[in-house]
Design a binder for this molecule. Structure first.
Ligand code: KG4
Ligand code: ZN
Length: 347
């Protein structure tokens, strides 16, 4: 590889970025080339949390620590490159679990120092949006809907990394709503993917669960859904719930996805923007994808949704976002010391 330096500072064969993600319970690494696209993406999911019914932070940090070296090694091998071909390292700074972030950041800092590579700190929630650029080229400005396990946000994106928050959740995130209601229905953690699978076999109109705050505004609230399901389940016989589990999953999914798509449409109306990017783990949900696709077709709007493997946490979105930040000089591009982890989304 190698390559000539072009006027704009890019190598002829493309700039190559290693992306590292460790903010929650997935250790991920990927290699992105500005000319050839995604060269590899490796995600090592931690199954230690399943028996606990949720992520145990200390176990997550330990598992990251155990797997991060091999995950990065595999990403380089699958991309058929060596460390010498890399031009930069991009790593998740936050938000996320502090112990988990520290493992990825410390690894990335050590890696960048020992191989003399610039390092870019990337915001995990913003990076979800840039996952759309792995396979597509969304047009700016766009409205972004980020729906993950910890966040539900509508943002207006006027240019790369020029984001304005339009609305967010007041309590639970959409992914949390899937996981918590799924847990109440006896599904293993994380319940989102299993809720999705079961919902496809059920009737979404079987029971009308509440659609909180649907009538106005761009804010979300999903905590009432849990309470509503709790009361509903208390009233029903166990055999009835077992028999209708798929119908209940479909009805809960309908409540969550309807709120999300109605608010997304409202954000488009309010901003007048006809370009949309959907991102985050919940955007892998088949009912949400179908509903938003239908809405976009009706409104003749361009809608970009990453393939499911790039909706959930991955290193490719970190590599792409880091590469864009670096080439736009919006990132804090430096050799290590200035990059710090943060647990919460900065205001
Ligand atoms: O973006 P992500 O991988 O991690 C965070 O940044 O939080 O999102 C994880 C969330 C979990 O709550 C998971 O249950 C949910 O995304 N999720 C889904 C689906 N796939 C993942 N929820 C509904 N349907 C899915 N197919
Ligand atoms: Zn995420």
């Amino acid at each position: 590889m190698g390559g000539e330096i072009k006027q704009d500072g890019l190598k002829e064969n493309g700039m190559i970025t290693l992306g590292i993600e460790s903010s929650c319970d997935d250790t991920a690494a990927a290699v992105w080339c500005s000319e050839r696209g995604l060269l590899s993406s490796v995600v090592s999911s931690q199954d230690v949390h399943v028996s606990w019914g949720g992520v145990v932070p200390e176990l997550a940090s330990r598992a990251h620590h155990q797997t991060i070296t091999d995950t990065v090694k595999h990403a380089l091998e699958r991309a058929r490159i060596t460390v010498k071909d890399l031009d930069r390292v991009a790593v998740t700074e936050g938000p996320g679990l502090m112990g988990s972030l520290l493992v990825g950041l410390s690894f990335a800092k050590g890696f960048s120092l020992s191989h003399n590579l610039p390092i870019v700190g990337v915001n995990h929630i913003d990076a979800h949006l840039y996952a759309a650029f792995i396979e597509h080229e969304p047009e700016f400005p766009f409205v972004g809907l980020i729906v993950s396990g910890g966040h539900t946000r509508l943002v207006r994106v006027d240019a790369p990394f020029v984001h304005t928050l339009l609305g967010e959740t007041r309590d639970d995130a959409a992914g949390e709503a899937f996981d918590k209601t799924g847990k109440m229905l006896g599904l293993p953690y994380p319940a989102g993917p299993e809720m999705d699978r079961l919902a496809r076999e059920g009737d979404p109109e079987f029971h009308a669960f509440p659609r909180s705050m649907i009538r106005e505004g761009l804010e979300f609230s999903f905590s009432g859904l849990k309470t509503s399901l709790l009361y509903y389940l208390e009233e029903q016989k166990e055999e009835y719930v077992t028999k209708h589990r798929a119908d209940i999953c479909a009805s809960v999914s309908a409540a969550i996805t309807e709120v999300l798509s109605v608010k997304l449409e409202r954000a488009m109306e309010q901003t007048g923007i006809r370009s949309v990017v959907m991102a985050g783990g919940v955007s892998a949900n088949s009912m949400l994808r179908k509903r938003c696709r239908a809405m976009a077709d009706r409104l003749q709007t361009a809608l970009w949704i990453p393939s499911p493997e790039y909706c959930t946490d991955n290193g490719a979105m970190i590599a792409v976002a880091g590469a864009m930040m670096d080439s736009l000089e919006r990132g804090r591009v430096q050799r290590g010391v200035g990059i710090r982890p943060y647990a919460r989304m900065p205001r």
